[in-house]
Design a binder for this molecule. Structure first.
Ligand code: SF4
Ligand code: SF4
Length: 180
């Protein structure tokens, strides 16, 4: 898929998010890092990379990598109609241990997720996708670090400039609004 977000932009986004955390302590202590480890025995659970994000991880392919890769056709999943061709899913080989500076975007911005309303306004909400585990940050509505929220919003503002990523966020937002 042709994404307009360049590798260096993804790297800048990663660097910005490296400086922040959802809470000022290791939230993995609350739950045994369940969001990292719950999928380790399940071939179907993984992290999907955003369009173009694979460019950051190309050197993490192969037997010695910390990631297992699979490529699927976007058309076979519930992705936007504009998504054609390969979507990459990755799974960590030794969760919750990973090279922290290499974590995919999905790991960095959780438990927040972007929402674009009918007027086109972007905001962040707590993840509302059904998960095979309970995240204490969500369940207990723990206050998130303002720096984390600000950095995450900044990153999504950049990311949705890409039409494919915009379409994904808007599609998810429409589906969310429908079930309200
Ligand atoms: S984000 Fe939630 S599920 Fe993941 S480690 Fe932190 S508290 Fe646990
Ligand atoms: S990349 Fe790291 S943070 Fe993300 S799920 Fe894997 S082990 Fe957890």
């Amino acid at each position: 898929m042709k994404c307009t977000i360049k590798r260096r932009t993804y790297l800048a986004i990663y660097r910005l998010l490296d400086k922040v955390s959802p809470v000022p302590f290791d939230c993995g202590q609350l739950c045994g890092a369940i969001c990292c480890t719950c999928g380790s025995d399940d071939e179907e659970l993984g992290i999907y990379l955003l369009p173009g994000e694979d460019k950051v991880h190309q050197d993490s392919k192969g037997d010695n990598s910390w990631l297992t890769w699979s490529a699927e056709n976007a058309e076979d999943f519930d992705f936007p109609d504009s998504w054609k061709g390969k979507v990459y899913f990755v799974r960590c080989k030794t969760p919750p241990v990973c090279p922290r500076e290499k974590r995919p975007l999905q790991c960095r911005t959780f438990p927040l997720t972007p929402h674009i309303d009918a007027a086109g306004n972007l905001s962040l909400i707590l993840n509302d996708v059904e998960l095979p585990y309970l995240c204490p940050l969500i369940e207990d509505e723990l206050p998130l670090s303002p720096a984390f929220v600000k950095a995450t919003l900044t990153c999504w503002k950049h990311l949705i400039r890409d039409p494919l990523i915009y379409d994904l966020v808007r599609q998810d937002s429409k589906e969310r609004d429908l079930v309200k």
